[in-house]
Design a protein around this ligand. Structure first.
Ligand code: IPE
Ligand code: IPE
Ligand code: MG
Length: 236
């Protein structure tokens, strides 16, 4: 068991490898996404049970729109189904939020997201952020736009702009910095996920596992690896 004090406050997971998981089985990619969604449910519950406070999951990136329409439709269908069962999460005291430009989604999806956020707002367990139509660079550009508007309106002076102010204008404004990023599937990159927030994160890349096969024991292993890291933040 991992010492509660050694747990990261905020972890990010890049849920990668759904397509390859399906391909290995001779199935269409959407089956990988469906199984990956089940893994997501299991891991979110487990993270809540072991007392993690913040977890941000990469569901769909601003770059993923270049995929075949059929695959995108499949992912959106899974998202809709997931949103319909959100009440279960709320019962488990999980607080749900969405990071990304949500205005591109159909009105019913936006309403379901709002409802999930509102009804779970007072939950005190895991804060579960779903990054959907999310891009780290787009997020920083959004913060720059908001601050520029405030400067133009005279609310702030350009000289006031510091790191804290940028942070306060990101989707993750109220969240602690990301301590740990986990990526299965053997890719060693960030793919535009939490670019600002992970400036001092530890990275655990897992070679031998695709997201649909990811188990609570794999999260344990990543947390244990994290607990052995020596974080220096520029010090000695
Ligand atoms: C991650 O799995 C899910 C999304 C990006 C939506 P992939 O679909 O990227 O799976 P691989 O990387 O092609 O195996
Ligand atoms: C990152 O995975 C996005 C999500 C997991 C949602 P990708 O599969 O899109 O990343 P790249 O294209 O391999 O970098
Ligand atoms: Mg991928």
């Amino acid at each position: 068991m991992i010492d509660q004090n050694a747990l990261p406050k905020h972890i990010g997971i890049i849920m990668d490898g759904n397509g390859r998981w399906a391909k290995k089985r001779g199935l269409p990619r959407k089956f990988g996404h469906r199984t990956g969604a089940n893994t997501f449910r299991t891991i979110a519950r487990y993270a809540n049970q072991i007392g993690l406070q913040y977890m941000t999951m990469y569901v769909f990136s601003t770059e993923n729109w270049v995929r075949p329409q059929d695959e995108i439709d499949g992912i959106i269908k899974i998202l809709r189904n997931y949103l319909d069962e959100m009440d279960d999460y709320i019962e488990e005291n999980i607080r749900v939020r969405f990071l990304g430009d949500l205005t591109v989604f159909d009105e019913d999806i936006q309403q379901k997201m709002k409802r999930a956020v509102n009804t779970s707002a007072s939950s005190t367990g895991l804060t579960l952020n779903l990054a959907i139509n999310y891009g780290g660079r787009a997020e920083i550009a959004m913060a720059a736009r908001k601050l520029a508007q405030k400067a133009v309106s005279g609310e702030i002076s350009p000289d006031d702009i510091d790191e804290k102010m940028i942070e306060e204008n990101l989707y993750t404004a109220a969240d602690p910095p990301v301590d740990l990023i986990i990526r299965p599937s053997g890719e060693y990159r960030l793919s535009n996920f939490l670019v600002w927030q992970s400036a001092y994160a530890e990275f655990v890349f897992m070679d031998n596992i695709l997201w649909p096969d990811f188990k609570p024991a794999d999260l344990d292993a990543a947390l244990e690896e994290y607990s052995r890291r020596n974080r220096r933040f520029g010090g000695i």
